[in-house]
Design a protein around this ligand. Structure first.
Ligand SMILES: CC(C)(COP(=O)(O)OP(=O)(O)OC[C@H]1O[C@@H](n2cnc3c(N)ncnc32)[C@H](O)[C@@H]1OP(=O)(O)O)[C@@H](O)C(=O)NCCC(=O)NCCS
Length: 331
């Protein structure tokens, strides 16, 4: 028996922030951002008080409706995020409460841009082992409250947006359907190339005024290093996942890569030999929504008719950790 994606949903907040809007806050230009990343605009939460779990509520409801299920059918929640509502408890607990699912287990996954794939692997194992019948797997992020909207933070700030995607994982009814392979990796050698240093339990005190003055509470990135690793590891891991699934790149009907940079995905697609018309690219509208990019991209593409039941879908991600992975699934 295999697990599969029974339904998908997504949600983005209504506030559109264009590159021109950011250029009023920092020394950047629409041209610089579009040329290097493909991003034109992103969404931000409308006001303070909206957390990742709030964005996950409508995405989850949409995924459940798409699957023909209701909240009552959910047996477990997996919540992938690097921007949890609060440091603890996990956003899965907040989401469960907001969906009226008190008592249902909720697991937070902290694997950043690869979080959705790590969550998928756990959901797949739970469903195949008969532990849970339906797992609600969510990726949701609120980045806008955690980036430095000023010259110092411009390299990171222009990349990220807020959003959520969700899927429901359950047993596939057709033996040909479902998750055929999943490959996960991590290498902490790159941990400090994309990280948020403080507050940190490794420091006593965890946060000081000096750390705030130095901007250590904002994410820091070695962009070139991330670019290099992503363009090497995403094709490599995708090939591994395809081989394991006994499929060729030509068999892929829809490629849903993590949306970190349009240029990264164009290079990855070219290395794999998957054409752009089969590749999801919505970074132009949403920027990088980290753990949300894959379920958000799948949900949109499914609604647009770019995939359907029976389609072969390839997922691939790379991000902070470093972490990376790929999965092949027949919807
Ligand atoms: C971030 C990224 C677009 C930067 O592109 P790049 O070509 O590597 O640019 P560099 O970092 O070399 O910076 C080039 C110049 O632009 C400047 N710059 C950085 N951010 C800028 C911005 N938002 N606007 C204008 N200029 C900017 C730099 O300060 C640098 O100026 P300098 O030459 O005077 O020092 C690119 O490295 C990238 O996409 N990396 C991967 C990032 C990623 O995917 N992160 C998420 C992973 S999940």
């Amino acid at each position: 028996m295999r697990s599969t994606i029974l339904g998908a949903g997504h949600y983005v907040p209504s506030k559109v922030v264009t590159n021109h809007d950011l250029a009023k806050l920092m020394n950047t230009t629409d041209e610089w951002i579009v040329q290097r990343t493909g991003i034109k605009e992103r969404r931000y939460i409308e006001h303070s008080g909206i957390g990742a779990s709030d964005l996950a509520v409508p995405a989850s409801k949409m995924a459940l409706e798409h699957a023909g299920l209701t909240e009552k059918d959910v047996d477990a929640i997996i919540f992938a995020t690097l921007s949890p509502d609060h440091n603890f408890p996990g956003s899965g607990c907040f989401l469960g409460h907001k969906l009226g699912l008190g008592g249902i287990p909720a697991l937070d996954v902290r694997n950043q841009c690869t979080g959705f794939l790590y969550g998928l692997s756990i959901a797949d194992a739970w469903v195949r082992a008969g532990v849970y019948k339906h797992v609600l797997l969510v990726g949701a992020e609120v980045h806008s409250t955690g980036i430095e909207l000023a010259d110092r933070g411009r390299d990171v700030a222009v990349l990220f947006g807020d959003g959520a995607g969700a899927v429901v994982i359950g047993a596939a009814t057709d033996p040909e359907q479902g998750l055929k392979s999943i490959e996960l990796h991590a290498d902490g050698a790159g941990a400090k190339d994309l990280w948020l240093e403080a507050p940190a339990s490794a420091y006593d005190p965890r946060l000081t005024h000096q750390m705030i003055d130095e901007g250590k509470h904002f994410p820091a990135m070695n962009g070139k290093q991330v670019f290099r690793w992503a363009t090497e590891k995403m094709p490599e891991v995708s090939k591994l996942a395809l081989d394991k699934a006994k499929l060729a790149a030509a068999d892929v009907d829809l490629f849903v890569p993590h949306q970190a940079n349009l240029r990264i995905n164009q290079m990855v697609g070219a290395k794999l030999g998957i054409p752009e018309e089969k590749t999801v690219a919505n970074i132009e509208k949403y920027g990088n929504t980290t753990a949300a990019t894959i379920p958000l991209g799948l949900s949109e593409a499914w609604r647009e008719g770019r995939c359907r039941r029976g389609s072969n879908v390839l997922f691939a991600a790379f991000g902070s950790g470093f972490t990376w992975g790929a999965a092949v699934l027949k919807l």
